[in-house]
Design a protein around this ligand. Structure first.
Ligand SMILES: C[S@@+](CC[C@H](N)C(=O)[O-])C[C@H]1O[C@@H](n2cnc3c(N)ncnc32)[C@H](O)[C@@H]1O
Length: 235
């Protein structure tokens, strides 16, 4: 059993090890459906086209890019505690008008380096599952949102459909770690992906935690047979 500090160190090290191949593997392993998931999540912030948005656990910045693509006046602060992931993202940022609107910051999602009430929106794509102290992270997200601001969490969930469930489980546990291990050179990182999805909260549990952090109007929507779920909450 890992302590929270051990989990943090493990997660940071694993993402650092795969940072150079993360985007490529994401596209291949999800057959590019991840683009739709990020597009859908970002669309839920359309009522805040020009307010500052925090992209937490931003990694190589794919969601930060989508946030700036969908709203040309939007400023995004992109926080991640793995510098190598941010660096890999910055290296391939397109040289267009989006670039100056993305500000990468190395920081911890459980102690967000921002003043209370700073953002109109927060997005967290595939990051909440990696937090060592989920409730602390959610409390912090609530703190840094403005009153009326919106939190969007995009996270893996477990499909319930009796045909999809065994197929997905086989893919996630047997196929994916092998392919990803070969390409990234770190099979353990993708075994962690499968085990962290298996061990993650049920959507109802995560929504209860969001409410405990102070969020209102909390609901969730499963996408792609429930392989992922988008959670929404308002401060
Ligand atoms: C699966 S990646 C997701 C990256 C990106 N959001 C995306 O859509 O692909 C998860 C990211 O969460 C980051 N992370 C995990 N725990 C964190 C924490 N406590 N604070 C900040 N970032 C964290 C990792 O470094 C990693 O880059």
């Amino acid at each position: 059993m890992q302590t929270p500090e051990e989990k943090k160190a493990f997660v940071r090290e694993k993402f650092s090890a795969i940072s150079h191949k993360y985007d490529f593997l994401n596209s291949v392993l999800s057959m590019q459906i991840d683009r739709y998931w990020r597009w859908y999540t970002t669309r839920q912030l359309k009522e805040f086209p020009d307010g500052a948005v925090l992209d937490l656990c931003a990694g190589t910045l794919p969601l930060s890019l989508e946030l700036t693509r969908q709203a040309p006046a939007r400023q995004v602060v992109s926080i991640d505690f793995c510098e190598d992931m941010l660096r890999a993202g910055v290296r391939v940022l397109p040289d267009d008008k989006r670039r100056p609107r993305i500000m990468p910051v190395c920081g911890d999602g459980e102690k967000i380096p921002a003043r209370s009430g700073s953002f109109w929106g927060i997005t967290v794509a595939f990051g909440v599952r990696n937090l060592a102290r989920t409730q602390d992270g959610l409390n912090e997200m609530h703190r840094v949102l403005k009153l009326g601001g919106k939190l969007l969490i995009l996270e893996f969930s477990r499909p319930k459909n009796c045909i999809i469930k065994p197929l997905y489980s086989f893919y996630l546990n047997k196929v994916l770690p092998r392919i990803a291990g070969l390409i990234s050179g770190d099979k353990e990182a993708y075994e962690y992906l499968a085990s962290s999805i298996a061990g993650f909260y049920e959507p109802t549990e995560l929504m209860t935690m969001m409410k405990k952090a102070g969020f209102a109007e909390v609901y969730c929507r499963p996408l792609t047979f429930g392989i992922v779920t988008v959670y929404v909450g308002v401060k």
